[in-house]
Design a binder for this molecule. Structure first.
Ligand SMILES: *[C@@H]1O[C@H](CO)[C@@H](O)[C@H](O)[C@H]1NC(C)=O
Ligand SMILES: *[C@@H]1O[C@H](CO)[C@@H](O)[C@H](O)[C@H]1NC(C)=O
Ligand SMILES: *[C@@H]1O[C@H](CO)[C@@H](O)[C@H](O)[C@H]1NC(C)=O
Ligand SMILES: *[C@@H]1O[C@H](CO)[C@@H](O)[C@H](O)[C@H]1NC(C)=O
Ligand SMILES: *[C@@H]1O[C@H](CO)[C@@H](O)[C@H](O)[C@H]1NC(C)=O
Length: 442
């Protein structure tokens, strides 16, 4: 059986006519015996009854049942009476088969494939295009059969510069040449003293030969605030962000860019970076941190990461010692009776920690209704958080013994010790100050 993707060609030798006939693509479609199919070869009976005109070569085209004219304007005739066919040779690439008769053809599926003889060179892909073919060349080749290598001509070296290849040489597609400017010269309009150009499909280089100019830039050129570029006959400065002027000596006001947005006030002094004074509730270089929603990491009162020994108090009820003061846990710290203003509960976080908020709960019918927060690094240097009038800030505490009330600090506080100073507590008589506490970081 012959492969269906094979170029086919018939040589027929008839007594009345001799000729070489190329079967067109249609005729070389897989042969089916059904006479109603336009692209089926005529069966032997049809050929016999509709003999062709001697000398009128047309190939063995499809022949309709009546055989007068083939479809699509193809001559529907056989060039000679099959009975007169002496020999049929079928050429399949470089294999020649001699067929005994046309009947033998019926057993082969023949199909024209223009690409079968692999016409595309250098790895090109052949695409069958009906009666012809198209080569889809691999990168770097062109031409109908991809036999032409794409190359660029190396130009001449720039004045006061060199080139990595000899000028006039041919360099293949995708390869590079490097221009280099001589000592103390640079490529005009660039910072480098070299330039790489690549050969393109169009046979043009990606970059033209540079102009090499004497390097007139030095370390002082742009006040150290920009990049000095040599042009032809002069230098210019490309200033770093925040600077302008021909020598980049003028600092822009960084606050003009509103880095703090609506969340803080931008403050700037010449020669310095800006700072954002964040409004209450915001934190970060650009006040980008929303303390209420972004700062919810507990320091570890509730989950026990803060050790029992690191929680201390001024005076305690013996059954409700300081280490019971853990938010949302059963039990709580209770002051001694009667409590006094500034009774305190202190947490040692062991390392310097930036805390932004505190949350409290009461316990067992007792609670703390207002308090201050003091902080320090040694325990002997405690400072009380102040409001913006410079007075001690009094936080509103709990209104019942179980709800959690969180207070954000006006600004983040970095310290190791945090001491909560009770100011007022619920009730009189037998009531004490009670606390369960947690502190939060961002
Ligand atoms: C032609 O013949 C050569 C050598 O016999 C063979 O390697 C090659 O595959 C043949 N080509 C075709 C198209 O049949
Ligand atoms: C030619 O080859 C490229 C790369 O293999 C392919 O992306 C492209 O589709 C091909 N073109 C055609 C017309 O087949
Ligand atoms: C190289 O540069 C010098 C100045 O640095 C100039 O006088 C000379 O003409 C240049 N050489 C060429 C070949 O252009
Ligand atoms: C040519 O230069 C380009 C960048 O300039 C680089 O990406 C590429 O790898 C280089 N090609 C060769 C063959 O060196
Ligand atoms: C100024 O602050 C901006 C924004 O944080 C930063 O990107 C820049 O590096 C700082 N510049 C200096 C000189 O500190």
């Amino acid at each position: 059986m012959i492969s269906p993707r094979i170029l086919c060609m018939l040589l027929m030798t008839c007594s009345s006519w001799k000729g070489v006939m190329s079967l067109d693509r249609e005729a070389c479609m897989p042969i089916r015996l059904s006479p109603s199919r336009q692209d089926s070869l005529p069966d032997i009976e049809t050929l016999r009854t509709h003999r062709g005109l001697p000398g009128k070569a047309g190939g063995i085209g499809p022949v309709g049942p009546q055989g007068a004219q083939g479809p699509r304007g193809l001559p529907g005739t056989c060039a000679c009476d099959p009975s007169e066919i002496a020999q049929i040779h079928v050429f399949l690439g470089n294999i020649t088969a001699k067929l005994e008769s046309l009947i033998a053809l019926h057993h082969y599926a023949l199909k024209v494939d223009q690409c079968d003889h692999m016409p595309c060179k250098n790895g090109g892909t052949c695409i069958n295009d009906g009666n012809s073919y198209i080569c889809n060349c691999t990168d770097g080749y062109e031409g109908h059969d991809c036999s032409i290598r794409i190359q660029c001509v190396v130009p001449s070296a720039p004045n006061n510069g060199t080139i990595t290849r000899e000028s006039g040489q041919l360099v293949p597609y995708k390869e590079n040449i490097t221009y280099r400017c001589n000592d103390r010269h640079v490529v005009a309009y660039q910072v480098n003293n070299f330039l790489v150009a690549t050969c393109q499909k169009t046979k043009q280089w990606t970059k033209d030969a540079p102009v090499c100019v004497v390097d007139d830039c030095n370390s002082d050129s742009c006040s150290g605030r920009g990049t000095c570029i040599n042009q032809i006959g002069r230098t210019i400065c490309e200033c770093d962000e925040g600077y302008e002027g021909s020598d980049c000596s003028v600092q822009n006001n960084p606050c003009d860019l509103s880095p703090c947005g609506q969340k803080g006030i931008c403050v700037w002094e010449k020669g310095m970076n800006y700072t954002c004074r964040c409004h209450a509730g915001y934190h970060g270089k650009n006040c980008e941190i929303n303390i209420a929603s972004d700062c919810v990491r507990a320091v570890g009162m509730e989950d026990g990461r803060v050790g029992n020994n690191d929680i201390t108090a001024s005076r305690s009820h013996s059954s409700y010692p300081p280490h019971k003061a853990r938010l949302r846990q059963t039990g709580g710290w209770l002051s001694s009776y009667p409590p006094q203003r500034d009774e305190w509960l202190q947490v040692d976080l062991k390392t310097s920690t930036t805390v932004v908020a505190v949350a409290t709960q009461g316990y067992g019918g007792h609670w703390t209704t207002s308090y201050k927060i003091a902080h320090g690094f040694t325990g002997n240097d405690l400072q009380i958080i102040q409001n913006n009038q410079g007075q001690d800030l009094v936080f509103q505490g709990n209104r019942d013994h179980n709800s959690v009330v969180r207070n954000n600090f006006p600004a983040p506080v970095t310290a190791r010790y945090f001491r909560l100073l009770v100011q007022t507590w619920y009730g009189t008589g037998q009531y004490r100050a009670a606390l369960r506490v947690e502190y939060y970081t961002c």
